[in-house]
Design a protein around this ligand. Structure first.
Ligand SMILES: [Zn+2]
Length: 205
């Protein structure tokens, strides 16, 4: 059991980090949040340097804030968010920075149910329409997941959400710097799905 109120800055192992996220999510789901590391003491403790225990690549969706759904506080999570968790060079560079410079042992790619970016992509592709301006970059980013999920039984949006997480995890694992860290056992990369209704995070890959 990880002591989440531990105030020292030592970093966790990947498995302990995953356990800490699971614990925090349980607290959130049960409505028994401890809201750790959200006080003046913590703010001052980490002002000179950060040692976040996990990186989260999540959706920009206002309903999926990682610090809240994992019951974390200041200095705990290194978070990058874009609609549909779509990766571009800045997103990738941010995650590389987290792993290489900050020594973060875990990257969690977090998709979620009823994702607006996924629904927008399906609408554009199925309507043979064009997305406006830079929204097209999101559609391009999610398109491979639509193709991977085509023909699958079940809820179409959710199938794409899951395929998208799987593909992004794969994409990260194929990135040279992160692949090297993976091979050296310095980082783990996992994918999960957050359910807007229940608040539960499930590891899917
Ligand atoms: Zn979303």
């Amino acid at each position: 059991m990880t002591n989440i109120n531990n105030s020292n800055l030592s970093i966790l192992t990947a498995d302990a980090a995953l356990e800490r996220l699971a614990e925090g999510n349980q607290s959130f789901m049960a409505g028994k949040m401890k809201s750790p590391h959200q006080n003046e003491e913590r703010r001052k403790e980490i002002a000179a340097g950060q040692k976040p225990f996990a990186a989260v690549l999540g959706c920009a969706d206002s309903r999926v804030p990682p610090e809240i759904i994992f019951d974390c506080g200041l200095g705990d999570l290194f978070i990058v968010r874009s609609a549909g968790q779509v990766i571009d060079r800045a997103v990738l560079g941010s995650l590389e920075l987290g792993v290489v410079e900050l020594g973060i042992p875990l990257i969690l790619v977090l998709g979620h149910s009823n994702c607006g970016a996924v629904k927008e992509t399906l609408e554009v592709l199925e309507g043979h329409a064009h997305a406006h301006d830079q929204i097209a970059a999101l559609v391009e980013g999610i398109k491979p997941a639509v193709e991977a999920a085509s023909g699958k039984q079940g809820d179409k949006v959710d199938n794409v959400v899951r395929a998208n997480v799987e593909l992004i995890v794969q994409q990260l694992k194929n990135t040279p710097l992160l692949a090297e860290a993976l091979n050296n056992g310095r980082v783990k990369i996992v994918g999960a799905r957050y359910d807007l209704q229940t608040g539960m995070v499930d590891i899917i890959v």
